[in-house]
Design a protein around this ligand. Structure first.
Ligand code: SF4
Ligand code: SF4
Length: 405
């Protein structure tokens, strides 16, 4: 009797055709079958069928997966690859070690009080000379927190007071909820402000519930299904207002998680901000100042492979007169950020980032735009480390900066 029928049933869908291999970033980097989707499925299959032990090596190959889901997008047999990996990790959750950086990130993401304290602490850390001094003394490295410290952007005060409701600024089209997530609230105020500015400008009342919490992606992809389930319930409760036409997300990592909640009524309302704004584009045309700049557009894996909304950001940016948009190639692999992956797999994350930056910088852009905060922070850190003064922004920030009210 196999030890895990559910895992085995999902793994057995794979016909071992290998079509996914060229699309897998870890396989591209290593050329090792064990680091490919087909190889990982075979390892899980053997473990679930009691043919292999969950050795450190086996678990390591599964943990090295970025969960970018490029394999899922091209798989002709429709293997539910994301579910398979999440379920395998959940079976292993209680036995897995967690790094200090990841534990800290989980605490800040999952606990609202700690998240608020972190906002205040971050302001103090950066506004005083504490961050510079700590870096000079190499304290983040000594404390094994350098993988987090490198991601911290310059702190900006919110230009809008954060409130739970913003009224439409033109004839009303409806009500939407804005999901900002734990990292948006902490590190990405300009994107939150830009989203509110654009949504209200095109005619939506915006509800941003104070009670909203982390989407649960971090917990789920680390195998902690209990916490991810609790966070999903809290999020659904926070947006329970039935008058909301949509729940708009500003980070595709969060959006992809919300779209896969088991509550299909909630999940069906979730949309990426750029995709959501496009049907209202008429309300922006003629109000956007020209921008004489080249923008390299990065499409996050979560936007492309899960939300399937990759055209939204491109179309939205095209509304800006004079802009020159240079998207990264569709075949560009994951940047290596992948939720908390960059914290626990810095070597692979840096290799993937290096490849992406080589291609991006050939375009000599004035900006790099990305619709996911995790990718944006990882890419911006890579640019800082290389001494390249290139601003990384969410597409809605560029549009909002050009909008005349
Ligand atoms: S995961 Fe899909 S594409 Fe990859 S080997 Fe299996 S069936 Fe083929
Ligand atoms: S999810 Fe991404 S990294 Fe993981 S096996 Fe699939 S393609 Fe490779």
């Amino acid at each position: 009797m196999p030890k895990d029928k559910l895992l085995l049933a999902d793994a057995d869908i794979c016909v071992k055709c290998g079509l996914c291999l060229p699309h897998c970033p870890t396989y591209q980097q290593t050329q090792d079958e064990n680091e490919s989707p087909r190889g990982r499925i075979a390892l899980i299959q053997a473990w679930a069928g009691d043919q292999l032990e969950a050795s450190e090596k086996l678990v390591g190959h599964i943990d090295n997966c970025l969960l970018c889901r490029s394999c899922e997008r091209v798989c002709p047999a429709v293997v539910p690859y994301g579910r398979l990996i999440d379920n395998f990790r959940s079976r292993r959750y209680l036995q897995s070690d967690t790094s200090l950086a990841l534990s800290l990130m989980k605490k800040v993401s999952h606990n609202k009080t700690i998240n608020r304290l972190a906002q205040k602490g971050l302001k103090l850390y950066q506004a005083s000379r504490l961050q510079k001094t700590a870096r000079l003394l190499k304290l983040p490295k000594l404390l094994r927190l350098d993988t987090i410290d490198r991601l911290l952007p310059d702190y900006h005060e919110s230009t809008l007071p954060i409130q739970s409701y913003y009224p439409a600024q033109s004839p009303i089209k409806g009500e939407v909820g804005l999901f900002v997530g734990c990292m948006g609230a902490l590190l990405d105020h300009e994107t939150v402000n830009a989203a509110v500015k654009l949504l209200t400008a095109v005619g939506f009342n915006v509800t941003m519930p104070e009670q909203q919490v982390c989407c649960g992606a971090l917990a789920q992809h680390n195998g902690d299904q209990k916490t991810s389930g609790q966070l999903a319930l809290s999020t659904i409760r926070a947006f329970a207002d039935h008058s909301l036409a949509a729940i708009v997300t500003i980070a595709s990592g969060c959006g992809s998680q919300l779209q896969e909640y088991q509550d299909t009524t909630f999940a069906g309302k979730v949309m990426d901000i750029s995709q959501f704004l496009m049907p209202s584009a008429d309300a922006l045309i003629g109000r956007l100042l020209p921008l004489d700049a080249t923008v390299c557009l990065h499409t996050p894996c979560s936007l492309k492979n899960v939300m399937r909304a990759e055209k939204g950001a491109l179309n939205l940016l095209k509304l800006i007169p004079g802009i020159n948009i240079m998207p990264l190639p569709e075949t560009m692999p994951c940047c290596g950020s992948a939720g908390s992956y960059m914290l626990d797999h810095p070597k692979m994350a840096q290799a993937l980032l290096g490849d992406l930056l080589t291609v991006a910088l050939e375009k000599r852009p004035d900006y790099l735009a990305s619709s996911n905060i995790g990718c944006a922070l990882h890419i911006a850190a890579g640019l800082r480390e290389r001494g390249v003064p290139l601003e990384v922004v969410h597409p809605v920030v560029l549009v909002a900066r050009q909008l005349q009210l």
